[in-house]
Design a binder for this molecule. Sequence first.
Ligand code: TYD
Ligand code: MG
Length: 458
Amino acid sequence: MSKKSSLFACQQCGYQTPKWLGKCPECQQWNTLVEERMERSDNQAASFYTLNSKPLPLTQIEMDSNSRIITGIHELDRLLGGGLVTGSTTLLGGDPGIGKSTLVLQIQNQLTQAGKKTFYLTGEESLAQIRLRAERLGIQNQNITVLSENNLEVALQTVAQYEPDFLVVDSIQTVYLPDLGSAPGSVSQVRECAGKLLYFTKSKGLVTWLVGHITKEGSLAGPKILEHLVDTVLYFEGDRGQPYRLLRTFKNRYGATHEVGVFEMGEQGLLEIENPSSFFLSHKEQSRPGSVVVSSLEGTRPILAELQALVVPSHLATPRRVTVGVDSSRVALLAAVLEKVCGFVLANQDIFINVVGGLSLEEPAIDLGVLLAMVSSLKNKMLPPSYLVLGEVGLTGEIRPVAGALFRILEGKKLGYKNILLPKKSAQDLKAVQGNKDLSGIEFYPVTTVHEALGFLK
Ligand code: TYD
Ligand code: MG
């Protein structure tokens, strides 16, 4: 038996309603509700999600029922918490053109070299396009099987015969189930296709990666609505004008979240960057006005980055506040602290802040660095060379402690930053580990207020 009905689904967040609305009540976006025909047989849910499992006493459950497959791409294995987990489904989201297809093809190449069977299901590009990319990457591999098919039911029959260890669906927005009336890429198709793939993956014990496009505006719903379904969500980010790419774990049932892997997109595809800090620094030998080196903790990994500020007299009635890579409201807040607490006049100054290398920093631990960079540019003074600045700034101008100070400092030391300007509280916490010989040779400069920190600008 089958029921036919039609629903309006928000293409942004997946919210469903039986009536059309101009504005989605869930995500507050306008004109995102699209009519989708829902057609499902009554036993469809059952066929999707039953795995014939039996109830077991807690203590009899095997602890390590999932095994891991090491890809050999070190950054990726580390990010995933030790390789790919069999039976798991991962969503790889990112802007179009960022390098998702390149990454999955490179993973497949690595895996086949380790004797694994891989399957590349493409609904997006022709076989010839995939071959071209492989040629460009120097991949000539017999053991990667590629199928171009949009009908997921047909495709999965072929995949089942082939029994791969690793399946890639590129992309989840281009496959469809013929039972559903709606178009590929619509909320209901994306959700049902992913559900089917999830079940297929678990029951066959393979590893599946779903590629999903997501634009900055989030205009393609696909990936967002899958985040709670899949085991792992990875986002591939970066500026297309810049070579570096960040792979972030947004969710991971088998490892830590908010981990970051750093890659560089080159002629030969993606290369791992083992020492990202040196990648994002420009010239550490000489210091210049407006330039400060800070440390941002991305997951468990500290990345050193150079902040640059330009504070110049404005010719506009409303001076400009332009930031690239740091939150502009945070910069406005820090500028207000400088005006109120330190008596600087910034109302007639344009403020430009940039992070070298195109990195985006979101942590409050960079506050003090942003503030010093602004004053450094305004007053044409600078920090002596090899200073690393850590600290969150409070509204009254107090310097608040940062998490993970030790890791940041050790990373700084590796790159020659031996003078650490840091919150007093963090310095006190570090006393406990001062016996640590890794910290030998490092000069600590603890500060409690913005005033004290400004004293370091010469
Ligand atoms: P692609 O993997 O097709 O992106 P996505 O699947 O996320 O849409 O990568 C597209 C971009 O990467 C394209 O602009 C070209 C660039 N690229 C390189 O710079 N070097 C390479 O070796 C390859 C294969 C692609
Ligand atoms: Mg692609």
